[in-house]
Design a protein around this ligand. Structure first.
Ligand code: KG4
Length: 346
């Protein structure tokens, strides 16, 4: 079964054709990063406008690269939540129009579920249940993935997401937006023990995250050094900060997997591209005697192949949308679960 998938939740306009949820026939991503870089972050209004300009071309390219026409496609999948509302609406409106024009069924896909499903592409043998750490620009979650369409969130961020803290620290160090990959690069040349940052204490949410205090500590360190005219070594700050984030993520994931007994650990989202975090997760999985699944680097950030992968399993579970489908800026994974064999929802 072939699915044409569309993703426009933030600053990437993407389309892909995916077969049976696992085989990517094409994966086109038009990034707007160069334009948002000028402003040090994503400007929602600009993002929406660029999606409008790019979406037709991106979809045509995805069809061309997969060498398919609409008669070869069995269903459409589109990201409808969560994300920037104006950006999401472009993909949702386009997909609804395409569904009406072609008569193809439309499957609404949750963006975070898509990030998790990126691992189904990279690891053909991966099947739920498993425990997943989702670390992206706007989210840090620990999720029990009970089946392809059933989730239980057991940890979430109280403030900044991991990716946000990377981007804000990077900006303070003078790196361009989005700064995660520049921190990753700089960290390779720095000392992970040059600075010691404290881990947040959260008394009423064992598996919840908070990165705002760490971000502020790094920003204050840099600003204080600047005011005193003291030199700083960016590489050391990057390495120490990255180690602290990796340790915090690793501790929580270890505790959750140990207490719930998971032996399959999955990592998803843009920040899962980070080399320090990938290495840390390997050692966490090893100490649990668990198998670790990481997405291939090209599927870590936003893309439509992951939406096509999840769209396949949502389709099989009976999830469908019609012309009344709306985009939602926020929506918890807990609220979209379909239990196996449960009747169609939505
Ligand atoms: O998953 P994603 O593409 O967007 C959302 O769905 O939110 O994640 C983007 C985030 C940005 O914060 C970016 O800085 C971060 O992923 N990122 C990284 C790396 N590559 C991308 N963070 C740390 N290290 C990296 N190598």
């Amino acid at each position: 079964m072939k699915i044409l998938a569309i993703e426009s939740s933030c600053d990437e306009t993407a389309a892909a054709v995916v077969e049976n949820g696992r085989t990517v026939l094409s994966n086109i991503v038009a990034s707007q990063i160069e334009e948002h870089k000028l402003y040090g972050g994503v400007v929602p209004e600009i993002a929406s406008r660029r999606h409008v300009e790019s979406i037709c071309g991106v979809v045509s390219e995805a069809m061309k690269e997969a060498d398919v026409g609409f008669s070869d496609i069995d269903a459409l999948a589109v990201t409808y939540a969560p994300g920037l509302i104006g950006a999401l609406l472009v993909g949702v409106s386009y997909a609804k129009g395409l569904s009406m024009a072609t008569g193809l069924p439309l499957v609404p896909v949750h963006h975070i579920a898509g990030h998790i499903a990126a691992n189904y592409i990279t690891h053909p043998d991966l099947e739920p249940p498993f425990l997943c750490l989702v670390i992206s620009g706007g989210n840090s979650h620990i999720v029990e993935v009970k089946s392809y369409t059933e989730y239980r969130m057991i940890g979430r961020t109280r403030d900044d997401a991991a990716g946000e803290s990377f981007d804000k620290v990077a900006r303070t160090l003078g790196f361009p937006y989005p700064g995660g990959k520049y921190i990753d690069e700089a960290a390779k040349a720095g000392s992970r023990t040059a600075y010691k940052f404290t881990h947040p204490k959260i008394s009423d949410g064992e598996y919840d995250f908070s990165f705002s205090g760490l971000k502020t500590a790094v920003i204050n360190l840099v600003h204080n050094a600047e005011q005193r005219g003291e030199p700083i070594k960016k590489e050391d700050i990057a390495a120490s900060f990255q180690k602290t984030v990796a340790d915090i993520l690793g501790e929580k994931l270890y505790a959750a997997a140990k207490s719930l007994g998971y032996k399959k650990i999955v990592v998803a989202g843009g920040v899962s591209a980070n080399s320090g975090i990938r290495a840390k997760m390997k050692s966490v999985a090893d100490s649990l005697g668990a198998r670790l699944y990481l997405p291939e680097l090209k599927y870590c950030g936003d893309n439509a192949a992951m939406i096509g992968a999840q769209g396949y399993y949502d389709y099989l579970a009976g999830r469908r949308a019609d012309g009344s489908l709306n985009a939602l800026a926020t929506l918890s994974l807990d609220d979209i679960s379909i239990k196996e064999n449960e009747d169609e929802r939505n």
